[in-house]
Design a protein around this ligand. Structure first.
Ligand SMILES: [Cu+2]
Length: 128
């Protein structure tokens, strides 16, 4: 029993705490999005490690500001050798061991898929 509370109040408080923790865990687990940090120039820089998958796979950026995605490709499989951001008309070859920069400015809020050239590996760009 917590200080100055009846047993019933303590139970309610603990149940409330448990609910808050459960909700936080749900959102943290379900939304592993990385929000881009805008630099002094207003460009939103995000490094995406390409190693048989995209990490982070979900990226959040702000509309109306330039986005610079830095694809750091580490694997050698042919699957990930190209990245496609179809909604922005971008298809880029990613040499292994190099960082390939893709730059564009999303004008409107929305969700855009990006993928490997074959459409097998996916990521998501959320424009807020
Ligand atoms: Cu592929």
């Amino acid at each position: 029993m917590l200080l100055g509370m009846t047993t019933d109040q303590t139970v309610v408080t603990l149940a409330g705490l448990a609910a808050i923790i459960a909700v936080n865990r749900y959102f943290l687990a379900g939304r592993p999005a990385l929000a881009a940090a805008a630099g002094a120039s207003g460009t939103q820089n995000v490094t995406v490690v390409v190693d048989s998958s995209y990490s982070p796979a979900v990226i959040e950026v702000q509309a109306g500001q330039p986005v610079r995605l830095r694809f750091d490709r580490r694997d050698t499989g042919s699957c990930t050798e190209e990245v496609v951001l179809g909604d922005f008309g971008i298809r880029r070859f990613l040499p292994t061991g190099k960082i390939t920069t893709v730059q564009f400015t999303p004008q409107h809020p929305g969700t855009h898929e990006f993928s490997c050239g074959m459409g097998m590996i996916h990521g998501k760009l959320i424009v807020k």
